[in-house]
Write a protein that binds this ligand. Structure first.
Ligand SMILES: Nc1ncnc2c1ncn2[C@@H]1O[C@H](COP(=O)(O)OP(=O)(O)OP(=O)(O)O)[C@@H](O)[C@H]1O
Ligand SMILES: [Mg+2]
Length: 503
């Protein structure tokens, strides 16, 4: 007897349909799983055996062969338990094979027949919806699958509930309603940051143009505070973006309680993070921090403390918006279009430039510390701003500044103005513009050009540094809805350079 169920395998964020064929033949009793299955799937035999036992059923005293097809696709994870068990039940004649063929199934089995959470339910449900199939997933992930709108959606607590549905049409309780989509982040607000007007302005420029930003300042000056507020002034994600981001988190096993990711991700990995933790891959391929930060912010605090190799691995994704990692037997790629916000102290002890606190090695120590960062990485960071220490009395006497909501409105307006020029182009923001396209979108008034050329000569700007100023000036002009770049825009763009900057 042969029966087939369907499930999925993941290659990066791509979903591949997998058929789970179970055949019972006469011969010595055995239970074999073939089809490039990893160890977790091999162990699935024991879970399936125990789950059936808990239902009072024995495995047939026959030769059981499970084939996961196509056989040349690597299969990993524990979600194959459920499709294997259901196909086996159909092969045993417990369930009618025709009733199960229009579902994508995934779930891990407990020894008592319960169905446990697995990663990747959302992308699997979306694949089911596109293929016009239903989805069977663990009860606690019913809400997550619900976002994909695949029908029917079955979210059983245990195997017995599912068998009863297929045998007697006993309904399975539907997951409760999904939650509100647009949620305001109420935990943090830009208005909590006192003073630091230049840094706040730079943050707004970064939000409008999508520029990467590096903040340099002594300890306790508010760099981490500023970075964590960027997400609050960015426009909210669209539903498609939410689904895209949530799918990545689902594959990484990081979607909690069926909630979609509704606010832009903010990821702040520690500087001891390894390269696979940051960019993804490793022994079991999972999205790294940069992919979890997709459509949001990757905050690297204490930038020079990250290992150089780890930082260099960011160069490709910063350019292309995706990361491709090689594994022993496959290449997988994950989306990684994030905005990089980095922070660092000006030197190892942190107090270079703060009078009375500098160490004996100043100012050489600052140059040495910055030299830990490679030129090509710094080249990809358009905004490099100083965040000086705030006086404690300023914290008391400076009134609260603008709220995130006010700034976000301005950001949205400027983005809408800029958005027109990206229609029918591969670009989505000023930060991505380069070369001929940048020249085309950045018409300059004569005295603006003159100022830029003077500055280029005086500061000995490289071609990249020159273009960086134009990109930032383009964004600043967008904030006043000006097509032409004026002298004022260029001079503000020039002010977003630190004295430590090398080109
Ligand atoms: N401009 C500010 N307005 C209000 N509070 C501030 C400001 N700057 C610093 N603080 C206070 O100081 C604390 C430390 O700030 P934060 O962690 O952002 O500093 P940092 O620049 O990241 O320091 P480090 O270099 O040590 O990482 C904040 O939690 C906040 O309480
Ligand atoms: Mg900090």
């Amino acid at each position: 007897m042969l029966a087939t169920t369907y499930t999925v395998a993941f290659s990066g964020v791509d979903v591949l349909k997998i058929s789970t064929e179970v055949q019972l033949t006469n011969g010595l009793p055995s239970f074999t799983i073939v089809g490039l299955a990893d160890k977790a799937i091999a162990e699935s035999r024991e879970r399936v055996r125990a789950a059936l036992h808990s239902l009072g059923m024995m495995l047939p005293a026959q030769h059981i062969t499970v084939n996961l097809a196509p056989a040349d696709v690597v299969k990993e994870g524990t979600h194959y338990d459920l499709p294997i068990a259901v196909a086996l039940l159909a092969a045993m004649g417990v369930i009618e094979p025709a009733t199960i063929s229009s579902f994508i199934m995934m779930g891990e089995l407990g020894l008592d027949g319960s169905i446990r959470a697995v990663s990747g339910v959302l992308p699997a449900a979306m694949a089911a919806m596109r293929a016009g199939m239903g989805i069977v997933c663990p009860a606690e992930q019913g809400k997550e699958a619900g976002w994909a709108e695949a029908t029917p959606l079955l979210a059983p607590q245990n195997l017995i509930q599912l068998i009863n549905y297929f045998k007697n049409n006993t309904p399975i309780p539907m997951p409760s309603a999904t939650d509100e989509l647009f949620q305001e982040n109420t935990f943090m607000d830009l208005s909590e940051i006192k003073g630091q007007e230049i840094a706040k302005r730079a943050l707004e420029v970064a939000a409008v143009g999508g520029h990467n930003m590096l903040m340099i300042g002594p300890p306790g000056s508010g760099k981490s505070m500023l970075a964590s507020r960027l997400a609050t002034i960015l426009p909210p994600m669209t539903k498609n973006e939410m689904l895209e981001v949530s799918q990545i988190h689902s594959i990484a096993g990081k979607l909690r309680d069926g909630h979609l990711i509704t606010t832009r991700p903010f990821r702040a990995p520690h500087h001891s993070a390894t390269t696979p933790a940051l960019v993804g891959g490793g022994s079991s391929a999972k999205p790294g921090e940069i992919s979890l930060a997709h459509r949001g912010i990757l905050f690297l605090d204490e930038l020079p403390e990250f290992s150089r190799a780890t930082l260099e691995s960011l160069r490709q994704p910063l350019e292309t918006g995706s990361i491709s990692v090689s594994r022993a037997n496959a290449h997988v790629s994950y989306p990684a279009r994030f905005q990089l916000i980095a922070a660092m102290n000006p030197c190892r002890c942190g107090y270079l430039g703060v009078s009375g606190h500098e160490c004996a090695r100043a100012p050489k120590c600052g140059a040495e510390y910055l030299a830990k960062l490679s030129g090509p990485l710094l080249d990809r960071i358009d905004l490099q701003v100083e965040v000086p220490a705030v006086n404690p009395w300023e914290l008391t006497f400076i009134p609260k500044g603008e709220t995130s909501a006010v700034v976000r409105e301005r950001v949205q307006k400027a983005r809408a103005f800029a958005g027109e020029r990206f229609k029918n182009t591969p670009y989505t923001n000023n930060a991505q513009a380069d070369g001929a396209f940048l020249e085309k979108i950045a018409p300059m008034e004569a005295d603006a050009l003159k100022l830029l050329q003077q500055a280029a000569e005086k500061l000995n700007l490289s071609a990249r540094g020159y273009h960086r100023i134009i990109r930032v000036a383009r964004t600043i002009a967008d904030m006043t809805e000006s097509e032409q770049i004026t002298k004022i825009h260029i001079s503000e763009a020039l002010s977003f350079r630190t004295p430590l900057q090398r080109n």
